[in-house]
Design a protein around this ligand. Structure first.
Ligand SMILES: [Zn+2]
Length: 157
C-alpha cells in the first residue's frame, strides 16, 4: 500500500509497536507571559481592554476578537467575580474515585468579558449557586511559579 492510498475499512489497518520520540515546549506567548508574570509577581489578574468594543478581556490578550484592534490597555480587574457555571468532579486525572468532589467553576471576573476556569474552595457543593460572588485566593508569593495554579482557588465572598 502506498502512502497516498486511502484506507476505507478499519480491517485494512496495521499496528506497529514502538516508541516515537516527541518533544514539545509550551510557551505562554507575549500576552500570556505578562498575564502570568502579574499573577506570580503581584497577585494581580490582568485584563486587556478594547476601547472600540468597550470590552475587557480576561485573560488579557493581544488582539480584540471582535474588531482585531491591538490591545495595549491592560487593567487590574481585581480578584472578585461571580460563578458563571460549575461542575463537580468525583474522579482524579487517573480516574480514581475521590473522597470528596473537586469543584470546578468558570469564574467571570467583575467587569470583564471571559473568565477563568478554576477550583472553588471553602465552600460545599450544596452552597454553590450560579452568580455567587467569589474571590481569588493566591498562594504565598514564595510559592508562586507563574501558573494559573498560583491562584489556589476562588472562595465565596
Ligand atoms: Zn474590539
Amino acid at each position: 500500500m502506498s502512502p497516498l492510498e486511502k484506507i476505507v475499512q478499519t480491517t485494512q489497518t496495521k499496528s506497529l509497536q514502538g516508541d516515537i520520540p516527541v518533544y514539545g515546549q509550551y510557551t505562554f506567548g507575549v500576552a500570556g507571559e505578562r498575564f502570568f508574570r502579574e499573577i506570580k509577581d503581584n497577585a494581580r489578574i490582568m485584563g486587556a481592554t478594547c476601547k472600540s468594543c468597550n470590552l475587557t478581556y480576561v485573560p488579557a490578550r493581544l488582539f480584540c476578537e471582535r474588531c482585531f484592534n491591538k490591545l495595549e490597555d491592560w487593567v487590574d480587574v481585581g480578584k472578585r467575580g461571580v460563578v458563571h457555571t460549575y461542575t463537580l468532579s468525583y474522579l482524579d486525572l487517573d480516574e480514581n474515585r475521590l473522597d470528596k468532589p473537586v469543584i470546578l467553576a468558570m469564574v467571570q471576573l467583575d467587569g470583564a468579558y471571559g473568565g477563568l476556569v478554576h477550583r472553588l474552595g471553602e465552600v460545599t457543593p450544596e452552597k454553590i449557586r450560579i452568580g455567587m460572588p467569589v474571590e481569588a485566593v493566591f498562594k504565598a508569593k514564595a510559592e508562586r511559579e507563574g501558573s494559573i495554579l498560583d491562584i489556589k482557588y476562588f472562595k465565596p465572598c
